[in-house]
Ligand binder design. Structure first.
Ligand SMILES: Cc1cc2nc3c(=O)[nH]c(=O)nc-3n(C[C@H](O)[C@H](O)[C@H](O)COP(=O)(O)OP(=O)(O)OC[C@H]3O[C@@H](n4cnc5c(N)ncnc54)[C@H](O)[C@@H]3O)c2cc1C
Length: 409
């Protein structure tokens, strides 16, 4: 049987595209290599699915061409996304702009998408991996069979969290059609550090302003709660800056973080505060003086790294030593050796170059009647619902264009 539309990948963007195409009366087949649809959606937002965000701005979408992302999102925006999901049954819960289904269950999102696919008689072939797209008619080749359609949508995702299905095979398929692939790198991922003291402070959570640097410049800055781990550092601010670390490391640059553990005070103000703490309690040693200011384990490392003796009485500290301690708290250097792997990454940076895609339809400029959606494309969102919004918007535009009847080959 020849289908109007074949979609490769039953993830967020593929399911959206399937619904929109089928609503126009097109026959739709979704090919999925896993045993069910929407596996990654189930893992999102710690199982609660942060499916979009009320705040949308260019800075939330990273790409070699961020303007492309904003143009796409303006064609199917947050208001339309909320309308789409409300109509399917998702009553949104708004947490400071972050939107979740009110059920707080990611499975609800998969269920409403699948109920609609069922109503529209979308066909699914599970456990069938697409190995090749054969020219000139773009027939879809699997180990089991060869399929034909008027339109083809590549919704394979990237290569982040391959255990959930997206194993990077989509890049090969897009490449075989002539597309340029900007090197995929892990993003929204933890960072590894070679220093030994990470083990000492593993498990410590603290707020910090984090600046990502190379020898030449600062690349990104975020503030929030960080978590030290055996291998390095994690937490939302770390995930947010990780794509820039991944790119710099990939280019062979030396990468390090500067952590400010008391960002609300200027260096001079902190210096004054430390001096007051010393004069208030002149009998204490340095470690005791730090109690109540910062996490105990962290203080220990900060004192050691400043080259000071833990047991030294605070009265014996000279101005240079006090300044060293203050500078350690305000600008603590943490070298970064690598990011965690794709297995740990929530998304990947890189993918199909946006210049090769029509933004209003997500149609390939190189292969007519072929469309590309979601994480496969060179756009990665920050934490907060932006990656799913990208998947919904691109899936909607591709499904609308591909599902339009009577325009195929
Ligand atoms: C742990 C985790 C938490 C996350 N939390 C959030 C969040 O709260 N909010 C948010 O916005 N984003 C979140 N994300 C990111 C978001 O889930 C993804 O960006 C989004 O799902 C990508 O959608 P997609 O359609 O491009 O690809 P995917 O959802 O990855 O779907 C691709 C599908 O294609 C299938 N496939 C791939 N290749 C083939 C092939 N050759 N043949 C057949 N099938 C194939 C895969 O099996 C998969 O089912 C999270 C990601 C992870 C890993």
């Amino acid at each position: 049987m020849k289908y109007d539309v074949i979609i490769i990948g039953a993830g967020a963007s593929g399911l959206m595209a399937a619904i929109v195409a089928a609503r126009q009366g097109s026959s739709v087949l979704v090919m999925e290599q896993k045993d069910k649809a929407g596996k990654k959606i189930l893992a999102t937002g710690n199982g609660k699915c942060n499916f979009t965000n009320m705040i949308q701005s260019t800075s939330c979408y990273r790409s070699n061409d961020s303007a492309f992302a904003m143009k796409v999102l303006s064609c199917f925006d947050i208001k339309q996304t909320l309308g789409f999901f409300q109509q399917l049954g998702i009553y949104p819960k708004n947490r400071d702009g972050y939107l979740y289904p009110n059920s707080e269950q990611a499975v609800s999102v998969v269920q409403v998408l699948m109920m609609e696919c069922e109503r529209l008689k979308v066909s699914f072939h599970y456990q069938e991996a697409v190995k090749e797209i054969r020219k000139p008619d773009y027939s879809v080749v699997t180990e089991q069979s060869v399929y034909q359609a008027d339109k083809l949508i590549l919704a394979t995702g990237g290569c982040a969290s391959p255990q959930l299905g997206s194993d990077g095979s989509g890049y090969q398929l897009a490449k075989s059609l002539g597309h340029t692939i900007i090197k995929p790198l892990p993003a929204l991922v933890q960072l590894k550090s070679p220093v030994k003291f990470c083990k000492t402070i593993s498990g410590v959570r603290t707020t910090a302003k984090v600046t990502l640097n190379t020898a030449e410049k600062s690349l990104a800055m975020e503030e929030g709660e960080v978590l030290f781990t055996d291998y390095g550092i994690s937490g939302i601010p770390i995930l947010q800056i990780s794509r820039y670390a991944a790119k710099a490391l990939d280019q062979g640059e030396k990468v390090f973080l500067i952590l400010d553990f008391i960002p609300e005070l200027l260096e001079q103000e902190l210096l004054q505060l430390i001096k007051i703490r010393i004069s208030d309690n002149p009998h204490k040693n340095i470690e005791e003086m730090m109690v109540g200011l910062l996490n105990h384990k962290l203080s220990y490392v900060l004192i050691k790294e400043a080259g000071l003796e833990i047991n030294k009485n605070v009265k014996q500290l000279n101005s240079r030593e006090i300044l060293l301690l203050v500078q350690g708290i305000k600008a603590f250097k943490l070298p970064i050796s690598e990011t965690n792997s794709f297995e740990n990454a929530q998304v990947c940076a890189g993918g199909v170059a946006t210049g090769e895609i029509v933004e209003e339809t997500m149609e390939s400029k190189l292969a007519k009647n072929v469309f590309l959606t979601g994480e496969l494309v060179d756009v990665d969102g920050t934490c907060g619902g932006y990656n799913l919004q990208w998947a919904w918007s691109t899936g909607y535009l591709a499904g609308t264009a591909a599902g339009r009847k009577g325009t195929g080959v």
